[in-house]
Design a protein around this ligand. Structure first.
Ligand SMILES: C[S@@+](CC[C@H](N)C(=O)[O-])C[C@H]1O[C@@H](n2cnc3c(N)ncnc32)[C@H](O)[C@@H]1O
Length: 266
């Protein structure tokens, strides 16, 4: 049976699920490629996807900035738009001295931090996450890419200890709500498949980002802070900027679905 015949059969047998999931063509192509011409394998993968499993968990991997990363239920599925955050961090890293410390808060499976480590080898990464399971997957991805920066199990920066303050703190911490999703294929259901600590903030849609900014301010660290704000409305991002009085805050919009808040001293 061809993949198209299997798709037609499954769509006919499960019309409500098929209509409800609205599986994008890119996912079907990825499942076909993973099945490698084995019809039974394709059917198995498609059934999982139809049940609602995100394609990254079905395949056990993502591709980000041209690299493959292991992905499973232990971690948030990296949103491709966060490549803009990586670009901003790389640009900032060019102004830093050799060995400067760059911390990602909410490192998850590590796609962002590992990309920075590989593309800006002059700086020293540290990854922090509240979720030890995500950190275990990040370690597997570090091994896959031959990088070995420190990982700390930590709520925000509370586990930083007496290390020197990082020159730069960045992150794609949980933000938003059901009104601010990236696109129709990543609605709230997509994020509800992910670890509870990863998808949405504990408070309002900017509370996690605000908590981090306020912590840096309270600590008096001179660190630059660059946060992904995705599709948050301008007013939300302005309110985050206001959490850093006396610092310079710039909102970058490198794409329609990518806003970055960049906070510097002076
Ligand atoms: C949207 S995910 C991004 C993960 C990763 N940066 C990526 O793009 O694949 C947010 C991450 O922040 C972590 N996180 C949530 N609350 C946190 C907190 N209070 N302290 C540290 N990390 C936190 C989650 O566990 C999750 O890994």
């Amino acid at each position: 049976m061809t993949p198209q015949a299997i798709i037609s059969e499954i769509a006919r047998d499960f019309p409500d699920a098929w209509a409800g999931q609205g599986i994008p063509e890119a996912d079907l192509a990825a499942l076909r490629a993973a099945a490698g011409g084995d019809p039974a394998r394709f059917r198995t993968l498609l059934k999982r996807r139809l049940a609602g499993d995100p394609v990254a968990y079905v395949l056990g991997q993502i591709h980000f900035r041209g690299r493959r990363f292991r992905m499973d239920r232990r971690a948030h599925i990296t949103d491709p738009e966060t490549s803009h955050l990586v670009e901003a961090v790389l640009a900032a890293a060019r102004d830093l001295p050799d060995g400067a410390v760059v911390a990602e808060v909410g490192v998850g499976a590590g796609a962002l931090a590992i990309s920075v480590a590989l593309e800006a080898p002059r700086v020293t990464l540290v990854g922090l996450d509240v979720d030890s399971d995500a950190l275990a997957l990040c370690r597997a991805n570090q091994a896959l890419h031959g990088v070995g920066f420190d990982l700390l199990e930590s709520d925000m920066l509370h586990g930083w200890g007496d290390r020197q303050p990082p020159a730069l703190v960045f992150g794609d911490l949980p933000w938003g709500d059901e009104t601010t999703v990236y696109d129709e294929f990543r609605d709230v259901r997509h994020y509800l498949h992910m670890p509870p600590a990863a998808a949405f903030p504990l408070g309002d849609r900017t509370s996690a980002q605000r908590e981090l900014i306020q912590q840096v301010m309270r600590l008096g660290w001179p660190s630059r802070v660059i946060l992904n704000c995705g599709t948050l409305p301008e007013a939300d991002i302005q309110s985050l900027a206001a959490a850093a009085p006396g610092r310079r805050a710039v909102i970058h919009r490198p794409a329609a679905t990518a806003a970055l808040l960049d906070i510097t001293v002076g």
